[in-house]
Design a protein around this ligand. Structure first.
Ligand code: ATP
Length: 239
């Protein structure tokens, strides 16, 4: 079967950048329905630029992006969202809004018919947010704020959740908690594309893409990655 029909997201030969600076060079990547894909790369490798290109915040200069078989390369962000792709940035929440308001903003991005019912479902997954629903997001701890970011993104009921460094700014303990939540979500048919430099996220991934200098250096399963000696040395510090 050609990848276009089996993939939820299919990216071929994408170039993108800022002004005269090209950051991404011929990036190919795909995510199948319900799959968890890790995009691994060091600081400055181009992960954020790639995710923003995917969701339409940065223009694709060359190449194509399809979502659910539809070409979205020139589509505006809001339309990509309506087709089921939601972006969770590193900041992820509005600090001055309450937990409840953040969830409503997440749901309304899709014109959700009943944002309160959706919020109730999300409180079931993230009980700590229910207890603090009327408090501003700024009153949450770093880890709780990340949970709210995930819940806000899920409020839009995406088919594909695109996450930029969910571990950023978190202690190792909270990173573990985020990984646990993502592991639970995998069972619900949601596809995840996670850009990270933290190899702890290999635990939740089905496949890995390694981005270096704006180019895909490796793609394969987690087992294939750990079998690759050069990658093992670069990412695990092992011989
Ligand atoms: P990080 O983990 O630090 O966010 P990253 O892999 O996400 O790294 P990007 O943020 O995509 O990398 O940055 C890739 C390159 O693009 C870097 O050289 C960066 O300096 C440059 N860059 C990022 N944002 C801009 C911008 N708004 N204008 C110009 N150059 C930018």
């Amino acid at each position: 079967m050609p990848p276009e029909t089996s993939s939820l997201l299919h990216v071929t030969g994408v170039d993108a950048g800022y002004g005269s600076m090209q950051v991404l060079w011929g990036v190919d990547l795909d995510v199948r329905p319900g799959e968890t894909v890790l995009l691994l790369g060091a600081n400055g490798a181009g992960k954020t630029t790639f995710l923003k290109t995917l969701v339409g915040l940065i223009e694709t200069r060359q190449g194509h992006i399809t979502l659910g078989g539809k070409d979205v390369t020139r589509m505006r962000s809001s339309d990509r969202m309506r087709l089921g792709m939601t972006y969770m940035s590193e900041l992820a929440v509005f600090p001055d809004l309450s937990i409840e308001e953040n969830l409503r903003v997440g749901a309304q991005a899709l014109g959700h018919a009943n944002p309160n019912a959706r919020a109730e479902e999300l409180y079931g997954i993230f009980p700590v947010l229910r207890d603090k629903r009327r408090n501003p997001a700024s009153s949450l701890s770093g880890g709780q704020r990340k949970m709210l970011g995930i819940a806000k993104a899920l409020a839009a009921e995406p088919k594909l959740l695109v996450m930029d460094e969910p571990s950023a700014g978190l202690s190792p303990l909270f990173v573990k908690e985020v990984i646990r939540v993502l592991t639970d979500l995998r069972g619900h048919g949601l596809a995840l594309l996670i850009a990270e430099q933290n190899i702890g996220f290999l635990e939740v991934a089905t496949r890995v893409f390694v981005l270096e200098g704006g180019r895909i250096r490796f793609s394969g399963t987690v087992a294939e990655m750990t079998d690759n000696e050069a990658l093992r040395r670069a990412y695990f510090g092992l011989k």
